[in-house]
Design a protein around this ligand. Structure first.
Ligand SMILES: [Cu+2]
Length: 238
């Protein structure tokens, strides 16, 4: 009887602990050192359906010294991030093709998570997926075609699924494989925020499609004033 009560109390406390949001996290900024490269205009004249507004290259986007388009992930730590995370499966990432560009251009896929490819353009796209230089698929998607559901790619954390279109060679998107939901992508202010992490020591990995990878060890302390760790990462031209 006593054992039953102890087990019940333990289960109740575990359930409570799971229900409480974890207040900690990592806030940071990604810096670009040196002179920002020019952003040439993308030549989209080959397909008038892509739109006529000038669009600049997304290759390296620097605004006032801050770098956009960096995927920042928690790749390890104590406690292990995959054990902190809830085990619920996540819905697929919706990858929209609009004005002959991808949105989002950068994203993270965790195990079991697929991609839904949508064509919102009045033109024909193809979607090709490449991992480690090997093409995994090449699917046509005419205008007004149904969404294409891509299953979770087989790969290891840190692998990158490169997505492209054979009709519009400037179109590129990148799905970074991860093993936990603690990740973010920097916007034009170079800022990122990852929430829901308890106190511990973590490793951050920042990846940019052209500029490569940086890692940083981050400590989230105990106590309300230390629950948010600050992180600063910097990239420069290779
Ligand atoms: Cu296309």
């Amino acid at each position: 009887m006593r054992l039953v009560a102890v087990v019940a109390a333990l289960l109740a406390s575990t359930a409570l602990a799971r229900a409480e949001p974890v207040p900690g996290g990592i806030k940071g900024t990604v810096i670009f050192e040196g002179e920002a490269p020019d952003r040439p205009a993308i030549d989209r004249k080959s397909d008038p359906a892509c739109g006529t507004a000038t669009r600049l290259s997304d290759d390296i986007v620097v605004t006032k010294g801050k770098l956009a388009g960096v995927v920042v992930r928690v790749t390890g730590g104590t406690p292990p991030p995959e054990r902190v995370a809830p085990k619920d499966s996540l819905p697929p990432v919706v990858l929209e093709q609009k004005d002959c560009g991808y949105a989002p251009r950068l994203f993270v896929l965790i195990p079991g998570q697929g991609v839904t490819v949508r064509n919102s353009d009045n033109t024909f796209h193809t979607i090709t997926g490449t991992l480690h230089g090997k093409q995994l698929f090449n699917k046509p998607q005419p205008k007004q075609a149904a969404d294409i559901a891509l299953g979770p790619p087989a790969g290891r954390p840190g692998d990158v699924l490169e997505l492209a279109c054979n009709v519009h060679p400037w179109m590129h998107a990148y799905g970074v494989l991860g093993d936990n939901p603690f990740h973010a992508v920097t916007g034009e202010d170079g800022a990122f925020e990852i929430t829901g992490l308890p106190p511990g020591k973590y490793t951050l990995e920042a990846w940019h499609p052209i500029l490569g990878t940086r890692t940083l060890d981050v400590v989230i302390g105990k106590g309300p004033n230390k629950a948010i760790a600050n992180a600063r990462l910097s990239f420069r031209r290779p």
